[in-house]
Ligand binder design. Structure first.
Ligand SMILES: [Zn+2]
Length: 56
């Protein structure tokens, strides 16, 4: 899923698992696959395990 426009235009399927980056067909944004995945996770409101200590 494109982290910029939200379109599901990314590579999918076994044949495309090796793709490191892709270009969104909708908005033309170039994405690194892993970075885009991280951005999508952030958009969903999940914090990374390395989020740090809570402020007391
Ligand atoms: Zn897009």
């Amino acid at each position: 899923t494109c982290s910029f426009c939200g379109s599901r235009t990314g590579p999918k399927g076994v044949a495309e698992l090796g793709m490191r980056d892709w270009v969104c067909e909708t908005c033309g944004t170039e994405h690194d696959r892993d970075l885009n995945a991280s951005l999508n996770i952030l958009r969903l409101g999940h914090e990374a395990p390395t989020g740090g200590s809570p402020v007391l």
